[in-house]
Design a protein around this ligand. Structure first.
Ligand SMILES: NC(=O)C1=CN([C@@H]2O[C@H](COP(=O)(O)OP(=O)(O)OC[C@H]3O[C@@H](n4cnc5c(N)ncnc54)[C@H](OP(=O)(O)O)[C@@H]3O)[C@@H](O)[C@H]2O)C=CC1
Ligand SMILES: Nc1nc2c(ncn2[C@@H]2O[C@H](COP(=O)(O)O)[C@@H](O)[C@H]2O)c(=O)[nH]1
Length: 323
């Protein structure tokens, strides 16, 4: 079967219709809100914490708080509401998560986005959780994942999901592909294409983004939003632990299914790596915006829609021996 991933695709320029890249509009409406760029930091403990979530919300970016401090979630929602900011959290599917949804409902607090975040999201457990949340909190925009196939998109959308998250195994600290033999590693961009064809609602491309150009490629093949872990980890604001080696500062980035997250070595499908520390994550997000403005100009348009229809070429590798 012929397939492709980010590294095998080049988008083909169309005639420019702007005089400056600053004319290109990167904003995206996703659920009830509009955001600066179609990028969301991964809902992982070494990528995002409460302090960064506040900053992202204050500055017009989408965020999804992770679910690995479950006892802090309700206070987080209350805090965001008190600050006049939107609340966006994650849940799992275990029985205690149903209690948490009941607690949220009883609190009367507003939660604009809930993401159901499990490894194998094409599952009856996720379908039941979607239905439960939509019944308890009908105003909440529900994102469900992670999945890999058009059939999964249809099943989760039919259960009531407002968006689905596509990507099983393409992540930088993922070892699902090695340990189980399954996933979208090596064909993640093609999986986005196939899932987007089946989708009636937005999809999030999750995992495998290695360059800023991969964001434009995700949009071209049907993603509305792109979730990014490794490229947005290891910044000043990142919660990953700092490690100094030979005068160089690194930060930890580990998988949510790694033993570092779980505390035990059981059903491990993630690893840890050190990434050299960089500056502020807001500088990186701004660079992503500038690069996306450039992508829009190459697409021959003025907003993200232009990228969706550009031609493309499948090549052996875009790197052409230059790395
Ligand atoms: N995007 C990706 O490729 C991947 C992401 N992850 C991330 O790791 C975190 C932990 O995920 P997860 O382990 O699902 O969370 P949980 O440990 O909360 O597991 C959720 C539930 O699903 C069950 N479960 C997990 N994997 C499978 C499976 N393959 N088949 C059937 N049931 C399963 C678990 O039971 P039990 O543990 O007893 O099987 C548990 O009841 C999440 O943040 C997830 O997004 C993990 C792997 C892949
Ligand atoms: N298979 C696993 N996937 C994981 C794990 N922890 C997170 N993830 C996924 O990776 C992306 C981020 O990918 P990146 O390429 O941008 O670094 C994240 O959003 C999750 O979907 C894990 O332990 N195992």
């Amino acid at each position: 079967m012929q397939t492709f991933d980010y590294e095998q695709v080049q988008l083909i320029p169309a005639k420019c219709v702007v005089n400056s890249r600053s004319e290109c509009d990167t904003t995206i409406k996703f659920g009830p809100r509009e955001f600066n760029i179609p990028v969301v930091p991964a809902n992982m403990q070494t990528v995002l914490n409460e302090a960064l979530a506040i900053q992202l919300a204050e500055n017009g970016y989408f965020y999804i708080m992770h679910r690995f401090n479950p006892e802090k979630r309700l206070d987080f929602v209350k805090d965001m509401n008190q600050r006049g900011l939107y609340a966006s959290i994650s849940v799992g599917v275990k029985p205690e998560e149903y209690d948490f949804i009941d607690e949220l409902k009883a609190s009367g607090e507003k939660v604009e986005y809930i993401t159901i975040d499990i490894a194998h999201g094409h599952a009856e457990s996720v379908i039941q959780m979607i239905k439960y949340i939509k019944e308890a909190l009908p105003e909440t925009f529900v994102i469900a994942g992670n999945i890999a196939t058009p059939e999964a998109v249809r099943d989760l959308e039919n259960a009531g999901a407002d968006a689905t998250k596509v990507g099983v195994g393409p992540g930088r600290v993922c070892i699902t592909k090695i340990k189980t033999g399954f996933g979208t590693a090596g064909w993640q961009l093609d999986a986005i294409r196939l899932c987007a064809k089946a989708a009636r609602k937005p999809i999030i491309a999750d995992g495998g983004i290695r360059t800023n150009g991969d964001i434009a490629k995700s949009i071209r093949f049907g993603a509305s939003m792109v979730m990014i872990g490794s490229l947005l980890a290891a910044h000043e604001e990142s919660p990953g632990e700092q490690v100094d080696e030979d005068g160089v500062t690194f930060k930890e980035y580990f998988g949510s299914a790694s033993e570092y997250q779980k505390g035990i070595h059981k059903n491990v499908e993630g690893k840890k790596m050190l990434i050299e520390s960089r500056g502020s994550v807001f500088d990186t997000l701004n660079e992503m915006k500038e690069d996306l403005q450039s992508s829009i100009s190459y697409a021959g348009g003025k907003d993200l829609k232009a990228i969706r229809t550009v031609d493309y070429m499948v090549v052996p590798s875009i790197f052409n021996g230059d790395r």
